[in-house]
Design a protein around this ligand. Structure first.
Ligand SMILES: [Zn+2]
Length: 312
């Protein structure tokens, strides 16, 4: 079954129609509903040029406010703007890992915040590091440290002298039990380590407004931990970076569709959103859905940029 676009709002339906008429036109603004919890896909692509998508990024709306960001790959800041989200409304940003296609636009978001009225500290959640990728603390330090950072002119966000500080929160990437890392007034973020080959990576679960949304991030499915984190979640956002036939390095880093189905079924999630779509999987949508459906019987949606999904 093809549910692509089923949950988009009237405004984003208009956007999809516009896109169909001319792929060269910029995307118009697209907002989710004013009430309840919504998942908006800011970036449904991977790291490639040619997929016509922003890289990985997701925004959770609660009662009309943009509350939680998960990943912020290249192109995400423009989509954030098109979604009419406000930086001052964000409660937390969580990174699944620090590959470029999941984090590349973050410094641009921090710079843009200078022109916003934000004053509240911004929690930045992510994994611990290793020799291949920085820890969450190192990520923000290496970007903004006043003596050694790439952009020392933004160091006020680390020293506490700026409008607001960035507050890193790390979760060990080898953690095997779901752990709550951040808790706000009506939302919390819990994570667990997942296997993304040798790269430190975390899957995140947002519990917000009585709903739950889980983000696999990039992962191979070999850790057996996402099943625990996603138990009875309302939505599971699963990354479709490789087709079923993937072997070698691609398979060591990513889960094939059959594994998405197995995990969604084991976790008894209500609906699945397929994202991180790449050229090698975009052209195999029907095959992807078939392999997922071998073990998972709930709704499966295929994400496009700016789609809004009402959390069931
Ligand atoms: Zn990726």
């Amino acid at each position: 079954m093809d549910n692509e676009g089923v949950f988009v709002t009237k405004r984003s339906i208009k956007w999809l129609a516009t896109l169909a008429l001319s792929a060269s036109l910029p995307a118009a603004a697209s907002t989710c509903g004013d009430q309840g919890v919504w998942l908006q896909v800011l970036g449904s692509g991977g790291p490639e040029v040619g997929d016509q998508r922003a890289s990985s990024s997701y925004l959770i709306w609660h009662n009309g406010k943009a509350r939680i960001l998960v990943d912020f790959g290249s192109g995400a800041l423009l989509r954030f703007e098109e979604a009419q989200a406000k930086i001052e409304d964000l409660s937390a940003v969580a990174f699944t890992h620090f590959h470029v296609d999941h984090s590349g636009d973050f410094p641009a978001l921090v710079k843009a915040s200078f022109f916003s009225p934000r004053t509240a500290p911004l929690p930045v959640l992510g994994p611990s590091g290793n020799h291949l990728l920085p820890s969450t603390e190192q990520f923000v330090t290496r970007l903004f440290n006043e003596s050694s950072g790439v952009w020392p002119y933004l160091s006020d966000h680390l020293s506490g002298n700026g409008a607001y500080p960035l507050i890193p929160h790390e979760l060990a990437s080898n953690s095997t039990q779901p752990t709550t890392v951040w808790e706000g007034v009506s939302a919390k973020l819990s994570g667990v380590g997942v296997n993304h080959g040798p790269l430190p990576a975390i899957a995140w679960r947002a519990d917000i407004g009585g709903k739950s949304i889980v983000f696999s991030g990039d992962m191979s499915g070999r850790s057996g931990t996402l099943e625990k984190l996603a138990q009875h979640a309302d939505l599971l956002v699963a990354h479709n970076a490789v087709p079923e036939s993937a072997r070698g390095v691609a398979r060591r880093l990513h889960m094939p569709p059959s594994v998405i189905g197995t995990i969604a079924n084991a976790a008894s999630v209500t609906e699945v959103v397929i994202s991180h779509r790449m050229l090698r999987t975009l052209e195999r949508k029907e095959e992807t859905e078939r392999f997922i459906r071998d073990s998972y019987k709930g709704l499966v949606h295929f994400a496009n940029d700016l789609n809004c999904f009402a959390v069931p």
